[in-house]
Design a protein. Structure first.
Length: 147
C-alpha cells in the first residue's frame, strides 16, 4: 500500500509541475506575442536595406519573419515552441527557406520591450548570448508600439 501511495503522490507532483510549467509558458507567450523590429547599429530599422531579418512577429502559435535574401524580400512563417523554464530560455522556430522546412534552435531573452534571439549555424542551441562571427546569429528587436 505504501508503494501505491508513493506512486500516486509522485504522479500528482508531476502533474502539478507540468501545470505550473504550462502557466509559465502561457504567461511568457503573452509577453512575447506582438510585432518586433530589428535593432541594427543601435537603430531600429523598418527597411530591408541591411539584408537581415527586419520584422519578427509572434502570435500564440506562429512566428513570422520578413527577410531580405540577396536583394529579394521574402517572408517565412511557421510554428514555434518556447521553454521559459530553461536557462537561458529556449525557443524552437520552424521556418521555410527555399522550399525546405527547418526548425532552428534559439535561446532568447525578453526584457520589457527588448527581445534578443541567438542561434548557432551548426544546428545546436547556443548556451549564451555571445556573438561568434561565422558561427552564430544574434538579433536584437524592439517591440512595435501599439497604436
Amino acid at each position: 500500500m505504501r508503494l501505491i501511495g508513493l506512486l500516486a503522490c509522485g504522479l500528482v507532483f508531476t502533474a502539478n509541475a507540468v501545470a505550473r510549467d504550462d502557466d509559465v509558458v502561457k504567461k511568457e507567450l503573452a509577453r512575447l506575442c506582438g510585432d518586433w523590429w530589428e535593432v541594427v547599429d543601435a537603430k531600429v530599422t523598418k527597411s530591408l536595406e541591411h539584408g537581415k531579418i527586419e520584422v519578427v512577429w509572434f502570435d500564440a502559435k506562429l512566428a513570422s519573419f520578413s527577410r531580405d535574401l540577396g536583394g529579394v524580400g521574402s517572408a517565412s512563417s511557421g510554428p514555434y515552441k518556447i521553454d521559459p523554464t530553461k536557462t537561458p530560455k529556449a525557443i524552437d522556430i520552424t521556418v521555410v527557406l527555399g522550399g525546405t522546412r527547418k526548425t532552428e534552435l534559439y535561446v532568447y531573452e525578453l526584457d520589457g520591450d527588448t527581445l534578443r534571439l541567438h542561434r548557432s549555424y551548426k544546428g545546436d542551441r547556443p548556451t549564451d548570448f555571445v556573438y561568434r562571427e561565422g558561427e552564430t546569429a544574434l538579433f536584437t528587436f524592439k517591440r512595435v508600439p501599439m497604436k
